[in-house]
Every structure is written in C-alpha cells, then in structure tokens.
Design a protein around this ligand. Structure first.
Ligand SMILES: [Zn+2]
Ligand SMILES: [Zn+2]
Length: 454
C-alpha cells in the first residue's frame, strides 16, 4: 500500500557519471520546476549547519567523497554522509520546537538537508515522527518494516488534508507530492528470518537489513547483577534551557490544542501498526578500506529471545546473534543506550549485541528519550554502561573504544571518519563483499543469505 521504489532524481545526480551532472545543470538553468521543494541555497545552509561548513561545498551542497560523517540530531536520529550520499537514520527530534532552542534544529532544517533516504529503526513516535513529512517535501525514500510503511501512508494522507500544513506556502507539500516507503521486511515476519540488501547507497555501499528485537523488561538475569547505577537527570537542565513552543503539543495529556500559528502536526499516528517491529541495518563500503558501521535504535533481550511485541524463545535470540556474528567486521556501532530493561538488567542487552558485533568504536544513541533516559541524563547512562561492562566481566580488550555523546553539546557536531584509512581494511570485509554483499543488480530489496551453509 502506497509503497513504490523511487527512481533517482536530478538532485541525486552528483553521485553519477559526469554527463548526467551536465543534464542536471541544463535542466536547472532552463528554469524547470524543481523536483522537490528544496532550493539549493537552503540545502547548502542546512547541510553546513548540520555537518559543518568545512565539509560542505558552498555552491552545490555536496559532501566529501572520501569521508563518512555522522551528525547526531538528538534521540536516535543522525544525519549521515557516506562518501557524499546524504541520508537520515530515524527522523524524530527530542524537544522539536518552532524555533531553534536546546535542540538547535527545526523541522525546516531536516527538510532542507534534502536527504535521499530515511531509514527507520522502528515505528515508535520517538523514532518515526516527521518521516512522512520530510519524505513528502523532499522525495526522500523511507525504508521501514511493511507495518511502518503502512503507518507512513496514513501519516502522509492525514497531513495532505491538514489545513495547518497545506494552507501555508512555506510548509505545504509540493505539487504531486508522494510518499515513497520501501518495505524492508514483510508484515508479521519472524525476527531474523528475512535478510535483505538495500540498493539505495550503491555503488558506494552495501546495506544489509533484518528484523531484530525491540527492548523490553525481562526477569533479572541471575548471571549478571543489574547495574547499581540510577538514571539521573541533571537538575540544572530545565533552568538552563527553558522550553520554547513545541512544534506540536504532546498528545500525552489528551487531544493536543495548538496555541501558536507556527505549530503543525507532523508526528506519526499514535497506536498505528509497526511501532515495535525493529530493524537492524549494516553498512559496508565497497571502496577504499571498506569502512563499516551498523545502526540499531533498540536492543531486545537476545538471551531470552523476547522483544516488545515478539514473544520468542532463546532460539529466536540465537538466530539474531548468528546474523550479527556473520556480518563483516564492524568499525562503528551506532547503538541504543536506552532500554526498557534498565531497571532489571542494566545495559545487559546492548552489551550482548556488542559481544556479537564486536565493534571497534561505539557511539550511543537514544540517550535523550526513552523508558528512563531523558534530556540531561547521558552521563548517568554512561556510568551505567561502564558499570554493566564490569558486572559482566567484559575484558578490556573486548570493549569498544567509546565515543560517548552528551546532550545538547554534542548535537550537530560532525563525527568524521576517513573512508580510506588503512586501518579499517580487513579480509573479512572482502569476503563479505564477495559473499552476502555481492551486487544483486536489483533496485528492490534483495533477499540474501548472511550465514553460509557448510
Ligand atoms: Zn520503541
Ligand atoms: Zn525509542
């Protein structure tokens, strides 16, 4: 329903052959209507704001072809440039307001970023808010579970008839706006059974995805004591960073009543399907020294095989562990440090994912929102992570190098990796590129086998 593959558009051509760039320039100079609502000037400004002016071409908005850059946007959301290909991981922002405030971003910044794709780790509102709006405004293709793609269509249709959006020239959908959402896994699929490659970053990178488990509280694990660390919110935070006007009032206290003309509703529909169906994404660059990273915005109970809406068995968890272990060696893990299991088992589940992935570098996410995490709580989550590592006796050599993030100071600070740095090279990556990452030639999600039968 409402799902289609979005062919390359003019604005995506910088990654293609030179003669196609020429075609694009001719179209632009003969005043054809833009393919979407984003003007180049606005895109340059937003990309300079989000990635740093030093990494953005001031004329074209292009990003460097030899780097991978992450920019944390709050919550579990990142803007990413992979060798100049710009996309988003999640689309929700913590404390999105009508003006830049504690979170130094407004919705227009995300639209003007002009991402070519939005990957949703799952459909809960603290991940998927605004995705349908950004997609409608930019032609960004959403990659999500089939359940969440259905919800994105519902969101799109609601916004398409919302006068608070469509009666304002600066927020209205462009003419002929569509929602492009590609289902990564099929409705009701069993976690870990459908593994697909996504072509959207070709030929720069192989992207592999599968369903895994959403975090959930399970019985305290007798093998490891829960962390004694509590989640503590910095009590200075509210005083130092007074709240502004939210982009849309919270629906937690009933039907939202807007009080300001700048407010409009781009949240995802509460209670719609797909909320807790979670996707794990892996990225392996084809050239240079094959830099690799993974993204997950939740971490379920691998040991018990249980997720928020999937009551599996230890075999379910082991199936996912097998997939994680079969991935090419991972340089950077962008992984959740929030969990609904914190009170019972600390960050045990994250650390079990890490044991299977063995990332060189760990960058946390989900530290400004969640069951327990809040704005201003990142340092206590950090202490909890270190404590849990000790409780589980993870040896120093098995621990990733930490690149912890603290809000709001680490928002939109470029985190830059040289894709050609020799130390990323690994024979395991080459075999992955010839194995599950061998080009499929398909524009649609292509089933692949991560685990070789032998
Ligand atoms: Zn969730
Ligand atoms: Zn969440």
């Amino acid at each position: 329903m409402g799902t289609s593959f979005n062919p390359m558009r003019c604005r995506k051509l910088p990654n293609m052959k030179n003669k196609l760039i020429a075609v694009c320039v001719i179209l632009a100079s003969t005043h054809f209507p833009p393919a979407d609502a984003v003007e180049t000037e606005d895109m340059v400004a937003a990309r300079q704001w989000i990635f740093g002016a030093e990494f953005v071409d001031p004329q074209s908005g292009a990003l460097p072809g030899d780097k991978v850059i992450f920019s944390w946007l709050s919550a579990s959301s990142f803007a990413v440039s992979v060798r100049g290909r710009v996309f988003m991981l999640d689309s929700y922002l913590t404390r999105m307001e009508v003006e830049r405030g504690r979170t130094p971003l407004v919705l227009a910044d995300l639209v003007n970023l002009n991402p070519e794709a939005i990957l949703l780790g799952h459909g809960h509102n603290d991940h998927a808010d605004h995705a349908a709006y950004i997609s409608a405004m930019t032609d960004a293709v959403i990659y999500a579970t089939e359940e969440t793609c259905g919800t994105m269509q519902i969101d799109f249709e609601r916004m398409a008839v919302d006068p608070r959006i469509q009666d304002h020239a600066d927020r209205a959908f462009p003419e002929n706006a569509t929602l492009d959402c590609v289902p990564v896994t099929s409705s009701g699929s069993v976690p870990g059974t459908e593994v697909v490659n996504l072509a959207f970053l070709e030929p720069q990178a192989c992207v592999t995805a599968f369903r895994h488990l959403h975090s959930i509280a399970v019985e305290p694990d007798s093998d490891f004591p829960p962390t004694p660390v509590e989640i503590i919110v910095d009590e200075r935070d509210d005083y130092l960073f007074p709240h502004g006007i939210p982009l849309w009032p919270s629906s937690r206290d009933g039907e939202p009543v807007p009080t300001d003309d700048r407010q409009f509703n781009t949240a995802t529909t509460r209670g719609a399907p797909g909320g807790a169906d979670a996707l794990f994404f892996s990225f392996l660059l084809r050239d240079g020294s094959n830099f690799s990273f993974v993204y997950q915005n939740t971490a379920g109970a691998l040991k018990e095989g249980i997720g928020r809406n999937y009551e599996g068995t230890p075999e379910t968890g082991q199936r996912i562990v097998d997939l994680l272990e079969a991935l090419a060696p991972t340089d950077v893990q962008l992984g959740t440090a929030a969990t609904g299991n914190f009170d019972n088992n600390g960050l045990r589940d994250l650390i079990m994912y890490q044991a299977a992935i063995q990332p060189k570098i760990y960058i946390p996410n989900h530290i400004t929102t969640g069951t327990r995490a809040r704005e201003g709580s990142s340092l206590s989550v950090y202490a909890g992570y270190l404590s849990q590592m000790d409780l589980m006796n993870v040896p120093p050599e098995a621990r990733p190098r930490l690149h912890w993030l603290v809000d709001p100071v680490d928002y939109i600070k470029p985190i830059v990796f040289d894709a050609n740095q020799a130390s990323w090279a690994d024979p395991g990556k080459e075999s992955a590129l010839n194995g599950y990452c061998a080009p499929t030639g398909s524009a649609e999600p292509a089933p692949v086998s991560l685990i070789r039968a032998d």
